[in-house]
Design a binder for this molecule. Structure first.
Ligand code: PLP
Length: 385
């Protein structure tokens, strides 16, 4: 493989790099101090900072600023939406993030799974059948875009069907926001989750956007901050950084759309040379920055480590728990054969990704493929010829 240059970061869906403008805002706010609940001048300044950020976060998703509840991240926002909704059953798609899946399992009400098709899109007909089968208050939770494949969900259709059956609808928009245009009203969501670190903001801050008038039980009790919906002194610096990241993300939507060209180039370079490579979710609409691809016969973790040695940072499509790698639940739900699911990686591009980065990625991928395919061929007597 050729010379290693500067490290290449292709893991924006895990955490995007903090934007320099955001770091500057966070550091300036940290120096100011003050509690937004205090009535004195420092308190009023901190309150102003929070409200300024709230307006930017609301604007990113076409919401009213009063509907923004700042949280400690996307996971907390999803927990709040699930535990706070008055529901007797929860219907979630088969490809939800753990922060929805595990929370729905932990909730005292019954959890039902809505299947997805081979391109990773939720089966709206199956949702309708599930809703028809039982009456009573239900919560439907479907993400807007999947974190592993980038598959964009037919959310408006989901919301329309859910509404027709009197269900509340939650949208995990953590991966979609800032990468594609998101409008809470057009989507028809009652609640929507966001996370700052996916859009160039700091980690540990996010928001739940709750439709005005929605009955939502708070999870955190105490000082009644956030209009009583989330107690606890606000993370003022983090929130300010989130606001700045949201402002920049809204402005940068066209740049994100442009990443599709680089992503498609990456995929065609790989599949032109390695026809047995698989791109997951390519049959439907996807985020412009995400590619989930399998290198046949090479475990995801092996690829991640090999790329890391070459200075390229990516993620495994497979999750690793208790030291044991298992095939991605998302790919399994899409009906992907186990061997393909266990050899998938996720590559996610962002604003700093260059054509050179994609060149380097494909160079490393193809060299790895040739090396490991050659080894495999030697082992099995020439499968690749
Ligand atoms: N939802 C989705 C789709 C995600 O990808 C993530 C993070 O990976 C989360 C929720 C959780 O967000 P946070 O890391 O802010 O808790």
């Amino acid at each position: 493989m050729s010379d290693r240059g500067a490290p290449i970061y292709l893991d924006y869906n895990a955490s995007a790099p903090v934007r320099p403008e955001v770091a500057a805002v966070v550091s300036a706010v940290l120096e100011c101090g003050g509690n937004p609940s205090s009535v004195h001048q420092w308190g009023r300044r901190a309150r102003q900072t929070v409200e300024h950020a709230r307006a930017h976060v609301a604007a990113l998703v076409g919401a009213d600023p009063a509907s923004v509840i700042f949280t400690g991240g996307g996971t907390e926002a999803n927990n709040m939406a699930i535990f706070g909704a008055p529901a007797g059953r929860i219907l979630i798609s088969a490809i939800e993030h753990d922060s929805v899946r595990e929370t729905a399992s932990a909730s005292p009400v019954a959890r039902e799974i809505i299947p997805v098709d081979i391109s990773g899109a939720v089966n709206v007909g199956a949702l309708e059948e599930l809703l028809k089968a039982q009456t009573g208050p239900a919560l439907v939770a479907v993400m807007l875009a999947n974190n592993e494949t980038g598959a964009i969900q037919p959310f408006r259709a989901v919301a329309d069907i859910a509404r027709a059956h009197g269900a509340t609808v939650h949208c995990d928009a953590v991966q979609a926001a800032g990468k594609i245009a998101v409008d809470m009203v057009d989507l028809g969501a009652d609640t929507l989750s966001l996370s700052a670190h996916k859009i160039g903001g700091p980690q540990g801050v996010g928001a739940l956007i709750a439709r005005p008038g929605l009955d939502l039980e708070p999870m955190m009790h105490g000082g009644r901050q956030e209009r009583g919906r989330r107690s606890g002194t606000e993370n003022v610096a983090g929130i300010a950084g989130f606001g700045e990241a949201a402002r920049l993300a809204r402005r940068g939507l066209d740049d994100y759309a442009g990443l599709e060209v680089l992503r498609d180039r990456l995929e065609s370079r790989v599949t032109d040379r390695a026809p047995d490579a698989r791109v997951h979710g390519a049959g439907g609409p996807r985020l412009p920055n995400t590619s989930c691809l399998s290198m046949p016969g090479v475990a995801s973790e092996t690829q991640v480590m090999a790329f890391d040695l070459e200075g390229v940072m990516i993620s495994a499509g497979a999750a690793c728990s208790s030291g044991k790698v298992h095939a991605s639940d998302v790919l399994t739900a899409m009906g992907t054969p186990p061997a393909e699911a266990a050899s998938a990686i996720r590559v996610s591009l962002g604003w700093a990704t260059t054509a050179g980065d994609i060149e380097r990625f494909t160079e490393v991928w193809l060299a790895l493929y040739d090396r490991l395919a050659a080894r495999e061929a030697a082992a099995v007597g020439g499968r690749h010829g």
